[in-house]
Design a binder for this molecule. Structure first.
Ligand code: KG4
Ligand code: ZN
Length: 335
C-alpha cells in the first residue's frame, strides 16, 4: 500500500511517498527556515504564506520522484494537529482537495505520532512496544508506544519544550535560528563544565522543566554584561547543551529502568543532537535495552514520517471525511 504523506505544521512544507509504512519512495522538503532566521524564529504568517506557495510543487515532485501519479497512490495522509494553525490548515485543505479529486481515502496524522514513525523508516525491524523520548520545537514527551496507534504519556515538559529552549538560548547567545544546530556547533569547541547551570526541580518523576535553565543562561549573559565581561559563547553553549541533554537522557533512562523497557528510542528535531544520542545510547546499553535512533534526515519535520504513520492509522481504520479540521493542540493519545 502506497501512502502520500503531507506535512505543514511549522516552517517545512513536505511531501513523501512511503510503501507499507516502511519503504521510502520519495521525500521532498521545501522550507522557509532561511527567511524565518531573519526574524530569529518562526513568524507564523510567513510560514503559512510559504506553505501556500510551495505545497503544490512539493507534492507534485514527491509523486514524480517516486515515478507515480496520484491515481497510483492508495491514500492521502496529512498532519492535522498539533502545530501553527495557519500552517496546519494549508496542508489539511490541500490534502482534502487532492483526496476528493482523486477519490482516495483521507488519513489524519498526529504530528508527534509522525515523529515516532520516523523510526520505522530507519529501522525496518523495530516494532512496538518501545519507550520513546519525542523532543521537538513544541513538545518534549516521554511516551510508551504500546502499539502503532496506542500511546501512553509518562512524562512531559511543564514549561518550554527542549527545542524551544535551544532556540531561546541561541538567541540569548547571539547564535542563529534554529538554535539546536547552532548551539551544538558552538558547543563543539566549548568546555561543558565551564558554567554551573541549575538542575530544575519539577513535580512528577518523568516530567522536565527548562524555563529555569533558559533564564539561568540569560542571567549569566546579563551579569557578565553588567560587569563589563565577555561571555565565552562556546563554553556557555556547551554547558547548556550538557545540562539539557543530561536531564532528557536521565529522565528517559529512569522511565526505561522503571518500566523494564527492552527498546529505547529518540524522535523529533532534538533527536538530531549528537550529545543526546550518545548519552541515550550509552545509558540504554547499560540497562541492557536495545537503542533505536532515527536517521538524521528523518529527525526534523518531513512528509515520510507522516506517510509512515498514515499507513498504520489507515490500517487501524482511522480515516476522515471532508469535514476534517486542523487543530493547534491535541494530545498524542487522543484516540
Ligand atoms: O521536530 P522539529 O523539526 O519541529 C517541531 O515539530 O517543532 O524540531 C525542531 C526543533 C527546533 O527547536 C530545533 O532547534 C531543534 O529541533 N533541533 C535541535 C537540533 N536540531 C534541531 N536541537 C538540539 N540539537 C540539534 N542538533
Ligand atoms: Zn516536528
Amino acid at each position: 500500500m502506497v501512502i502520500l504523506g503531507i506535512e505543514s505544521t511549522c516552517d517545512e512544507t513536505a511531501a513523501a511517498l512511503v510503501e507499507d509504512g516502511r519503504v521510502l519512495l520519495s521525500n521532498v522538503i521545501a522550507t522557509s527556515v532561511k527567511e524565518q532566521a531573519l526574524y530569529g524564529g518562526v513568524v507564523p504568517e510567513i510560514a503559512s504564506r510559504r506553505h501556500c506557495e510551495y505545497i503544490s510543487g512539493t507534492v507534485a515532485k514527491a509523486l514524480a520522484d517516486a515515478g507515480r501519479t496520484i491515481s497510483q497512490v492508495d491514500a492521502v495522509a496529512v498532519t492535522f494537529a498539533p502545530g501553527l494553525i495557519g500552517a496546519v490548515l494549508v496542508g489539511v485543505n490541500f490534502a482534502k482537495g487532492l483526496a476528493y479529486a482523486a477519490g482516495k481515502p483521507l488519513v489524519p496524522v498526529h504530528h508527534l505520532r509522525g515523529h515516532i514513525a520516523a523510526l520505522y523508516l530507519t529501522h525496518p525491524e523495530l516494532k512496538p512496544p518501545f519507550l520513546c523520548l519525542v523532543a521537538s520545537g513544541g513538545h518534549s514527551h516521554i511516551v510508551q508506544v504500546e502499539d502503532y496507534t496506542r500511546f501512553r504519556v509518562l512524562g512531559r515538559t511543564v514549561d518550554d519544550a527542549a527545542g524551544e529552549a535551544f532556540d531561546k538560548v541561541a538567541r540569548t547567545l547571539g547564535l542563529p535560528y534554529p538554535g539546536g544546530p547552532s548551539v551544538s556547533a558552538a558547543a563543539r569547541t566549548g568546555n561543558p563544565k565551564a558554567y554551573r547551570l541549575p538542575v530544575p526541580h519539577v513535580e512528577g518523576k518523568y516530567n522536565v522543566s527548562f524555563s529555569g535553565l533558559k533564564t539561568a543562561v540569560l542571567n549569566e549573559v546579563n551579569q557578565a554584561r553588567m560587569k563589563g565581561q565577555e561571555i565565552h559563547v562556546p563554553d556557555l553553549a556547551a554547558s547548556f547543551q550538557e545540562r539539557i541533554t543530561g536531564i532528557l537522557a536521565e529522565k528517559l533512562l529512569a522511565a526505561a529502568a522503571d518500566t523494564h523497557a527492552r527498546q529505547v528510542c529518540l524522535a523529533g528535531g532534538v533527536a538530531a543532537n549528537g550529545r543526546l544520542r550518545q548519552l541515550v545510547n550509552d545509558g540504554a546499553q547499560k540497562l541492557g535495552a536495545q537503542v533505536y535512533l532515527p536517521q538524521l534526515k528523518f529527525c526534523g519535520d518531513n512528509g515520510a514520517m507522516i506517510a509512515s504513520q498514515g499507513y498504520y492509522e489507515y490500517a487501524a481504520g482511522h480515516t476522515a471525511g471532508l469535514d476534517l479540521n486542523g487543530l493547534p493542540t491535541l494530545p498524542i493519545d487522543y484516540i
